[in-house]
Design a protein around this ligand. Structure first.
Ligand code: SAM
Length: 407
């Protein structure tokens, strides 16, 4: 145990303090607090740990963690549960700006300021009433040695049985994964995924098999209906495939990307990392028959879903391919949309993309550090950021989403 004062917020959900010349990254603290930290990892220059007691100066933004098993020294997945809802977006706004400065450098900060952009992470208004809990339509679990649904203790492979997951929407509770009827159905080490789609009944995946209820096999596909303004987009999605987890995220992401992309009828769009076609479908409708959308995705099963979701739009195609520097250099589009995984595009692909003839590039980022690196590379290559919108799609965790448009 060490006692320290927390002086800053770091990217990754921890606050920062110092002990004997080493930086300490402590989860479950708040800036300004004097705290006792249980150390969970020790390296030559830094320590990591969890705040187990506030000794002095408790933050006015602290609340009791509503899900204690995910609190200090518990399972991962709710590392901001001790932070009051409205302050979580302040926290994330601070992380976004400090990461842009740390990784993008003063030049990028000045560039954004000159473009009139003030990066800010907004919460979903609808989340306030529930403090950001009960928002997720996908929940991943494992099965412990006794056959119970469990999660991993943060940073370890040690399983901890859980009796509920308050991050999940109420429809997932209806599956009663933690209740009696599934008793004896799970084997140690199996992976469970509870899925509550917007357009069909909830299912539980046990490894690769889907079930409506114990011993009732289900189709491995679900339907997602996404309403954006007056438009309804409908999708077939593999139950174990990628889909935005917050119940509002799919609609919000479409709205943000369509604003940022400003596509016109007749445009030729290239979409990288397209998943099951969440963005491809609205892009195809917007460009119309006179235009085209070419989407690339690395997972073949997601491309199969995308093709099913694009059947009515012959001018939109989905191809299985790893996004590579070589390929990005060859793809020509008026508008390019990229929604990469957490690792981002990488400096090389970002630079090559910036050098293509695209009139507009939209980058969707779920990690501010890789985003800052990629945007910096594109600005260094001569692009200009014209908008940046950010929403808290992952309340009670440190994650958030940013959509950036460059010309
Ligand atoms: C953040 S998801 C976005 C998917 C889609 N835009 C959506 O919102 O549903 C990123 C996608 O990139 C795919 N992916 C990851 N690495 C890839 C790579 N190197 N090449 C192509 N696709 C990749 C993943 O399979 C995943 O579908």
């Amino acid at each position: 145990m060490i006692d320290i004062e927390l002086t800053d917020i770091a990217h990754g959900g921890a606050c920062v303090g110092h002990s004997d010349g080493r930086a300490v990254f402590a989860r479950f603290g708040l800036p300004g607090e004097r705290v006792r930290v249980a150390v969970t990892e020790e390296r030559s220059k830094l320590l990591r740990g969890d705040v187990v007691e506030v000794l002095d100066n408790p933050s006015p933004h602290r609340i009791d963690h509503p899900w204690p098993v995910a609190g200090p020294l518990g399972v991962g997945g709710a590392e901001l549960g001790h932070v009051e809802f409205d302050y979580q977006s302040e926290w994330k706004t601070y992380v976004l700006n400090s990461t842009l400065r740390r990784i993008g450098g003063q030049r990028l900060v000045d560039h954004l300021a000159e473009s009139g952009i003030q990066p800010h992470v907004f919460p979903f208004d609808g989340d306030r009433a529930n403090g950001g809990w009960h928002t997720r339509t996908r929940v991943e679990l494992t099965v412990d040695a006794d056959g119970f649904p469990a999660m991993y203790r943060n940073g370890t492979r040690e399983t901890v049985a859980v009796g509920h997951v308050p991050l999940a929407v109420a429809e997932i509770d209806d599956l009663e994964v933690f209740g009696g009827s599934w008793a004896g159905q799970f084997r140690p080490g199996q992976r469970l995924r509870a899925v509550a789609p917007s357009g069909s009944d909830p299912v539980l995946m046990i490894d690769k098999n889907a079930f409506w209820a114990p011993l009732m096999p289900a189709e491995p596909y679900v339907r997602e209906d996404v309403v954006v303004g007056h438009n309804l987009y409908s999708y077939r999605v593999r139950a174990n495939g990628f889909w935005q987890v917050h119940r509002e995220a799919a609609a919000q992401l479409i709205a943000m990307v369509m604003r940022a992309a400003a596509v016109q009828p007749g445009d030729n769009v290239v979409e990288l990392y397209s998943g099951a076609g969440l963005l491809t479908q609205p892009l195809a409708i917007e460009v119309g028959q006179g235009g085209s959308v070419q989407s690339l995705e690395g997972v073949r099963q997601a491309v199969e879903d995308a093709r099913a979701n694009l059947r009515e739009f012959s001018w939109a195609t989905s191809r299985t391919s790893a996004v590579s520097a070589q390929l990005v250099g060859k793809e020509a589009g008026d508008v390019v949309i990229a929604d990469p995984p957490r690792a981002g595009l990488g400096q090389e692909i970002a630079t090559i993309l910036a050098g293509t003839g695209a009139n507009r590039i939209v980058l969707v980022s779920c990690d501010p550090a890789s985003m800052a690196r990629d945007i910096r590379a594109m600005v260094d290559a001569g692009r200009k950021v014209v908008s940046m919108e950010s929403v808290d799609m992952f309340p009670n965790t440190h994650h958030f989403e940013v959509v950036t448009a460059l010309v």
